[in-house]
Design a protein around this ligand. Structure first.
Ligand SMILES: [Zn+2]
Length: 388
């Protein structure tokens, strides 16, 4: 076939533009149902070719046409199966593979080809949700994916059952393992504020906060591991912090940071949990983030900058509920003045302990924000009701 090229007109061009528009490549400047291969179309074709690893010439030849054809499939629009010898390919296959990857299944690379590995991963998923493991992704499997896909991340569906088991195991913190991750460290000080009596680097401040949190969690019977000491040489990359937490089999991972901004008016606390742009989120991570955020805001009055989903390595690679808290802006005179007060940091540590405790309350027996008295938790442990 002769490549469709800039200057061409006709229904084939309309078809091409429709797919490019659905992929958000065409831009809002022109109507997707126009039939002329204009400069916008050419730019979009080039961007598409680049994203698919095709040779970038701005024309639609046989290869680009096939790739565009595959790109129009949306997950759920057709039944997917391992076809031999011509495997099914398409954007729907890629979406499925990405979801399976996010849930911890081994599909290899999300290459948009429904090969034997993808089929095996689908069968494994089907077994775990109680469907016939035939490796074919039809309406039932799609329903199960829709039901679970947005809830389960960083683990397989059985992890959802395990997270229920965690709550059913009782509200005690005794024997849980919490990894507390003071951000930065070593040669990386994080946010640095101008010299003066209130000078603290983010790295020092969050390490101090981590130590306070460690003391309180330990007093509640929790095994605590910090990812770094106060004065280590090198800054541990986030990937290694996540691996450390995984290798310890931690129940909860809490990363502590302070924020900074050129505008001194920027202030407040924000908490991050794992999630992607297409709406997949870690259910337990999101719950923990909400609890941490609400407890801190209620107990300190820091401005509420809410919780957010991010696909950062630290949150993506950790295999337990994981959050990163950005507690106050060191560049805000108000936030800084409070952060340098050790009593304020004690309050912050208590807020985080209360949030971790609430993770283990069944949702229907949860308590109002700000109502947990951390010293009572300690008293229960001190009374020896449970001995580690
Ligand atoms: Zn930081």
């Amino acid at each position: 076939m002769r490549p469709i090229r800039p200057g061409d007109r006709g229904p084939a061009v309309t078809e091409i533009r429709t797919v490019l528009s659905a992929l958000d490549l065409l831009g809002p400047a022109t109507a997707p149902d126009a039939d002329d291969f204009d400069a916008h179309t050419e730019r979009a074709v080039r961007a598409f070719q680049q994203s698919r690893g095709l040779s970038v010439d701005g024309r639609v030849g046989a290869e680009t046409w096939r790739a565009l054809d595959a790109a129009r499939w949306r997950l759920g629009a057709r039944t997917l199966y391992h076809a031999v010898p011509e495997p099914l390919t398409g954007e729907d296959v890629r979406t499925l593979q990405e979801r399976l990857l996010e849930m911890g299944y081994d599909v290899g690379r999300a290459d948009a080809i429904y090969g034997v590995r993808t089929s095996r991963a689908v069968a494994q998923f089907q077994r775990e949700v109680g469907l016939t493991p035939d490796g074919t992704c039809g309406p039932h499997t799609m329903n199960a994916l829709r039901r679970l896909g947005r809830k389960v991340v960083g683990g397989r569906p059985q992890w959802l059952r395990e997270s229920d088991a965690i709550r059913q195991s009782g509200p005690t913190l005794v024997g849980r393992t919490v990894v507390v991750d003071p951000g930065h460290g070593g040669t990386d000080p994080g946010v640095v504020v101008p010299a003066g009596p209130l000078r603290w680097t983010e790295a020092d401040l969050v390490h101090d906060l981590a130590s306070r949190l460690e003391g309180r969690l330990a007093a509640s019977g929790v095994r605590v591991q910090l990812t770094r000491g106060p004065a280590q040489r090198a800054c541990l990359p986030d990937v290694e912090r996540a691996h450390l937490a995984n290798s310890l089999g931690a129940d909860v991972f809490i990363s502590l940071h302070c924020d900074g901004h050129a505008n001194p008016a920027a202030e407040g606390v924000a908490t991050y949990h794992y999630g992607t742009d297409n709406g997949v989120t870690s259910a337990t991570g999101e719950r923990l983030a909400g609890l941490v955020q609400r407890e801190i805001v209620a107990r300190t009055g820091l401005r509420d900058c809410r919780t957010h989903a991010k696909a950062w390595d630290l949150l993506r690679l950790t295999r337990m509920p994981a959050v990163r808290v950005e507690i106050g802006y060191l560049t805000s005179p108000d936030d800084r003045a409070r952060l340098v007060d050790p009593r304020f940091r004690d309050t912050l540590a208590e807020a985080v302990v209360a949030a971790v405790q609430r993770m283990y309350f069944p949702i229907e027996r949860d308590v109002p924000t700000g109502s947990i008295d951390v010293s009572e938790l300690r008293a229960v442990v001190a009374a020896g009701t449970v001995v580690d």
